[in-house]
Design a protein around this ligand. Structure first.
Ligand code: CTP
Length: 132
């Protein structure tokens, strides 16, 4: 049984989010997703997500490619989460390339290319521009 784990905010869920989860799932048997908590996001990006952590977890949990979801409360706990969920592979988008190589001693670390031309920040910016 190969467990794959990945992390993200998944605010305003979009095609790029779906594609990384689908590609992560194919790498193993089970896909476990750590969804960043509202507070973690505030600390990380200096703004609260538009969609609450409860709704974001619910959306991710409803996907065919996802087997288990938990709330990621701290960026520093990745090692503990990997152990707790018995993950064999950590998948991250290549915007994080190299940043998690120190975890290669406990699991495989795979950086997948991001889907081009879409992100939550871009969507927010587009909606802002269109509403002017
Ligand atoms: N992701 C991706 N392709 C995109 C956008 C995101 O593969 N076009 C991946 C990220 O690399 C990450 C996961 O989806 O592994 C969750 O990313 P997240 O930061 O929540 O989404 P973004 O759209 O990048 O959000 P933001 O613009 O706020 O940074």
């Amino acid at each position: 049984m190969t467990n794959v784990i990945t992390f993200g905010t998944f605010d305003l869920f979009h095609y790029g989010h779906l594609r990384i989860l689908e590609r992560a799932k194919i790498l193993g048997d089970r896909l476990i997703v750590g969804v960043s908590s509202d507070e973690l996001n505030y600390r990380k990006k200096n703004r609260y997500p538009l969609i609450s952590e409860e709704y974001r977890c619910h959306i991710i949990n409803s996907l065919k490619c996802v087997d288990e979801v938990f709330l990621e409360k701290s960026l520093e706990l990745k090692r503990d989460y990997i152990r707790q969920y018995r993950a064999n592979i950590l998948v991250m988008g290549d915007d994080w390339k190299g940043k998690f190589d120190h975890l290669k001693c406990i699991c495989d670390v795979i950086y997948l290319p991001r889907t081009v031309n879409i992100s939550t920040s871009c969507l927010i910016e587009q909606i802002r521009r269109n509403s002017k």
